[in-house]
Structures are given as C-alpha cells and as structure tokens.
Design a protein around this ligand. Structure first.
Ligand code: FAD
Length: 509
C-alpha cells in the first residue's frame, strides 16, 4: 500500500517506485510494477495520459508470436547488425542490444493485454524491410487506453495535472524521491526506493531546442508535428531533473525528423486529422518532381517515404521544398492511389478521393498552388520560370530513357510531364520532426549515469529521456524503434529496480 501522511504544507507519500510521466514508457513501467506486486505511483503533468504515445502507428518487435504466425524469421542479430552499421557504432550498443532483445517479448506482453496487431508494414521496398514494424489496431490512442485501463484496474495511484518539479537527493547523492505540484496547486512529496524519469524528451521546449539542436536554428526551422504546451508536455523536465543529480547527457543534438510536411498548422492534422489533409501530405511526398528553392532537384523522390532521409536532404537544401505535378498525375492519385506510401496512413492502392478538396483548401491557405502554365506556377512559388521548365524537361528526358542519372529514381517512378497544357500544381513542404532523441546516458539496467560514468543510485531513465541510442538521425530501418524502446525500457527499469531491492530478511536475523 502506498501511504499518505497528512501535512499542512504538502501531501506526503511513501512508495517503492515513483514514475514521472504517463506516456508510453511511464505506463509500461507502472503496469509492470503493479504486475510484479511492487508499489508504484505515476505522476503525469498533463490532465490526460499518453503523451506522444497517443500517436504511434506501431512498434518494432523481433521474434514475436505474430511474426512466427506469419512466417517472418527476422533475428535480433540481423536487426542489431543493421542498426550498428547505420549508426557506425556511435551509439550505446549495449543498451540498444538490451532493448532489441526485449522488443519481441514487449509486443507479446501487449497482445496478452488486449492490444491487437493489424499487420507488419514497412516504408521501404519489401526486399529492404526488416519486417519488424507491428501496426497497432486503433494506433497509439487505443494502446494508451488499454495500458491505462489495466493500471487503473490494478489500483496504481495516478496523479494527473501533477508535474514533477524536483528530485529529492540525499547527502550521498542517492535519489530518494520527488517533489511535485498537484492539480490543486498543492505541493506533493513522495519518498521512494527508486525514481523513474519518463517525461518524453524536449520536443516542445523551444529554448532547449535552440540550445542543443543546431538544425533548428537554420532557415526554415523544423516544425514540431505535435506541439504546443497546451497539448504537449514534452518540455525537457526529466532531463533537467536528471541534471540536478549530475547526470551525463548524450546525443542532445539529434532529432527524429519526419518530412516533408505541408506549410500548415497544426502539423499533426496531416498525420491524424481529416482525410483530405492526410492525402495532401501523401501527395506532397509522391515521386513526380521535387525541387528546392532554386528549382533544382535535390533527392531521389522514389524514397519519399523514408522520412528521416527526406528531413536530412531538406536540411541540406535550405529547409524548403516544392512538390510539382501535372493534372494527369493528380488524376492518377485520385483514381488509382499513391505510388509510394505515407507511413501506414495512406498506402498504394488507396484512392485519394479527398485530394481535390485538399488542393482547394491548400490554395485558400497558401500551401498549394495551381497555374495554367509552368512559367505561371514558377512565378507563384518564386522559382525562376526558365529553371523550372528546364528541370521538368530534364525529368521528361529521364522518363523517355527510363533512367535517372542524377539521383537514380526508380524507372517505374519516372513519369513524363505534360509540358503543353496545364493545370500544374505545387505543394509547399517544410521540415518537421516528431521527437528529440538526446537525453540522459543510461546503462542496460536503465540506471542513469553521472558525469564520470558512475551509476546515480535510485535514478532510472526511460523512453525519449534516454540519450545516445541514435547517432545523427532516427534509424528508420529499424521501424518503430522509438515506441518500442520506450515500452521496453519501462519494463526493464522496473525489473532492475526490483532486483536491486535487498532480499527480505528472516525475523530475528
Ligand atoms: C505524431 C507521432 C507519431 C509517432 N509514431 C510512431 C511510430 O509509428 N512508431 C514509433 O516507434 N514511435 C512513434 N512515435 C514516437 C513515440 O510516440 C514515442 O517514442 C513515445 O511516446 C515515447 O515515450 P515516452 O514515455 O518517452 O514519452 P511520451 O509518450 O511522450 O510521454 C511522456 C509523458 O511525460 C509527461 N511529462 C512531461 N514532463 C513531466 C513532468 N515534469 N512530470 C510529470 N509528467 C511529465 C508528458 O506530459 C507525457 O505525457 C510517434 C510520435 C509522434 C509525436
């Protein structure tokens, strides 16, 4: 039982584990604690649970029951090798291995609790895919509902509207609990045997982004897909709390880019809003023609769904792009569907019947443009008319030859533009990101590490508050790693804490 001592100054509790943050890693930690018979209290700053965890389409898992049923034989060795190659070993290899090892059991654990897997999807061509991205029925929102429901049923105290504001640290540097402020404004003090920081990183903290992430200071600053303090609690609190205990940070400059996004706010509407916005976002990344501010191509459009690479290419090109198509291309999207997927949200074969509505809305709002001639379109998007025509003629030559000598676009995506009669369309794309990837250095037990690599006793860190798991870029080959690492790190942290408890003594000893 968690105990409360009445106090005039603050509400005081005592428990085994206190968890700061009620998103994916916090919820997974709370449920694991309850199922292990350990007392825990969960504190969430916002009035609702879930954090960014309300949005994932799916998570990475290796060796799951679902994969076995489908005959998928991907191994942890294979995924680990690909991940380490991707990051050139500039990352915390032992923590990554631990999280990959756990990933399959975590998915099975979720399905045991009622989460249903809709399928395994990929943003890559099938031959490249590791087939690890388990898509959740009802996406993150249903996952959060299921986890929160179990936590409630098991009687875990959950205090929403209660930001954790300080760590209690004793003279020996041991973290012994937290201070917080509850929804009524009253101070709360919780003493605990261990604290788990699970506050989701700092994607919504402009000052921290400016301080730590060089990308965001360049022209065309990246937009946050899910933003605003009213809805997004990810303001770096956990990282700053850990710093108060002298924690070491790693990888603070790395973002999970997710581009391109239409120049329209809030960007999350393109991800989970009306169909016409999702289809417009899908149209933006189709392999017809992408140009930068100068009217030059800058990327292999066949890989428009590899959103972390697109983010990087846009970063190297001034942060802005234009996606250009003609009327026949528009018609093919409406009547046949996209050539490449937008995540698992709009996929090939799915007719984009709301696209025309999206284009009209985009023209009204200024993120879509339509013109009768190529030159008039170029004027509207402030690209030199002769340059846009030259780029279009170049892509037509590639289409005639079935070969793109510039960026190796796939031959099946080399579609000829009609250069005679319009209309022509341009959609404006900006960079976007959805997560920060830097945070506190941890060991494979999810214990926070201090400046000199020593363990900070009593302090554990999970999810997006962990740092050093990615080098310069989100690793999209290991699809769904962010949510997978969050869910698994919550489970592992609790198990480590329980293992650290002294063995019970026999009376009289
Ligand atoms: C649009 C979108 C789509 C995504 N899609 C995918 C996907 O398909 N696959 C994938 O793997 N990942 C995806 N992710 C990433 C995934 O959501 C995150 O990796 C995951 O939610 C991280 O879990 P977390 O516990 O670290 O943080 P969160 O889930 O964000 O939870 C952090 C919680 O801590 C709370 N908090 C903050 N400060 C305090 C404080 N001081 N006191 C108490 N509480 C506090 C926050 O309010 C929040 O509720 C997506 C994210 C977004 C935004």
């Amino acid at each position: 039982m968690n105990t409360q001592t009445p106090s005039t100054e603050y509400r005081e509790f005592e428990t085994d584990i206190v968890i700061a943050g009620g998103g994916l890693s916090g919820l997974s930690a709370a449920l694991t604690a309850a199922e292990s018979g350990v007392k825990a209290i969960l504190l969430e700053k916002m009035s609702f649970l879930g954090g960014a965890g309300l949005f994932p389409e799916g998570s990475l898992g290796i060796g799951t029951r679902y994969q076995k049923e489908k005959g998928i034989t991907t191994t942890t060795d294979q995924v680990f090798a690909r991940v380490m190659e991707f990051h050139h070993w500039r990352c915390n290899a032992s923590v990554i291995r631990t999280l990959l090892n756990e990933s399959g059991q975590t998915i099975d654990w979720l399905t045991d609790h009622g989460v249903r897997i809709e399928g395994i999807r990929t943003m890559f061509p099938p031959e490249k895919s590791l087939q690890v991205w388990h898509i959740f029925e009802g996406r993150g929102a249903r996952l959060v509902k299921i986890l929160s429901g179990h936590i409630k049923d098991m009687g875990v105290p959950v205090l929403t509207g209660t930001p954790v504001t300080e760590l209690l640290i004793d003279d020996r540097g041991m973290v012994t609990g937290i201070g917080a402020v509850d929804a009524e404004g009253q101070a709360v003090k919780i003493s605990a045997r261990a604290v788990i920081i699970a506050t989701g990183g700092f994607a919504s903290n402009k000052e921290m982004l400016k301080k730590y992430v060089p990308d965001v200071s360049m022209p065309g600053m990246a937009k946050l897909m899910y933003r605003g303090p009213a809805v997004d609690g990810r303001t770096g609190d956990g990282i700053n709390l850990a710093l108060s205990a002298h924690a070491a940070l790693a990888g603070m400059g790395t973002l999970a880019g997710n581009s391109p996004y239409l120049d329209d706010e809030p960007a999350i509407r393109q991800f989970s809003g009306p169909d016409y916005m999702k289809q417009m976002r899908c149209a933006l990344s189709q392999p017809f023609l992408w140009v930068n501010k100068q009217g030059d191509r800058f990327y292999n459009e066949s890989f428009g769904s590899v959103f972390s690479d697109v983010y990087n290419a846009m970063t190297s090109n001034g942060g802005l792009m234009w996606s250009i198509f003609d009327d026949a291309m528009r018609k093919s999207m409406v009547e046949e569907g996209p050539l490449t997927p937008f995540n698992a949200i709009v996929v090939p074969g799915q007719k984009m019947t709301a696209l025309d509505k999206g284009i009209s809305k985009g023209i009204e709002s200024g993120f879509a443009f339509k013109a009768d001639t190529i030159e008039e379109l170029a004027d509207k998007i402030q690209v030199k008319p002769e340059k846009l025509r030259e780029t279009i003629e170049k892509i037509n030559t590639c289409a005639d030859k079935g070969y793109d000598p510039e960026f190796s676009r796939k031959p099946e995506h080399l579609v000829r533009f009609n250069t005679g009669t319009g209309p022509y369309y341009a959609l404006k794309g900006l960079r976007a990101f959805f997560l920060t990837l830097g945070g506190v250095q941890v060991n494979p037990q999810m214990q926070a590490l201090g400046d000199t690599g020593e363990v900070i006793p009593g302090l554990y860190v999970t999810g997006q508050d962990m740092g050093g798991l990615y080098d310069s870029t989100y690793d999209l080959l290991a699809e769904g790693s962010a949510s997978s690492f969050a869910l698994s790190s919550g489970r592992i942290a609790v198990r480590s804490i329980i293992e650290s408890f002294p063995a019970p003594t026999i009376d009289g000893d």
